[in-house]
Ligand binder design. Structure first.
Ligand SMILES: [Zn+2]
Length: 96
């Protein structure tokens, strides 16, 4: 049976229920956070600049729409990026 590596929205489980693989051996540190910030930052900033140049909306409109969008994008990309780094550290550890 397949199960998620996450115990809740962002926290990685201590071990796999299926094969008892210990996830605590794979320390991914802050790498995932860095890439979430980088990706969402580039995405949001380019989006805001595009909207500003094209439609010139009120500054309050930009703030009202960009804040929740930033949170939503961050929530969407955190799990894939975290899983990716867990996979990379797993691969590195297996080759050693
Ligand atoms: Zn497993």
């Amino acid at each position: 049976m397949q199960s998620s590596v996450f115990s809740n929205l962002f926290i990685i489980k201590k071990e796999c229920k299926g094969c008892l693989l210990n996830y605590t051996e794979f320390q991914i540190g802050d790498a995932d956070n860095f890439f979430v910030i980088l990706l969402v930052g580039i995405l949001m900033l380019s989006g805001i600049i595009f909207v500003e140049l094209k439609y010139k909306p009120d500054i309050y409109l930009i703030i009202i729409f960009s804040l929740p969008l930033t949170v939503i994008f961050s929530l969407l990309v955190t799990r894939p990026i975290k899983s990716f780094f867990l996979y990379i550290t797993f691969k590195i550890k297996m080759t050693q």
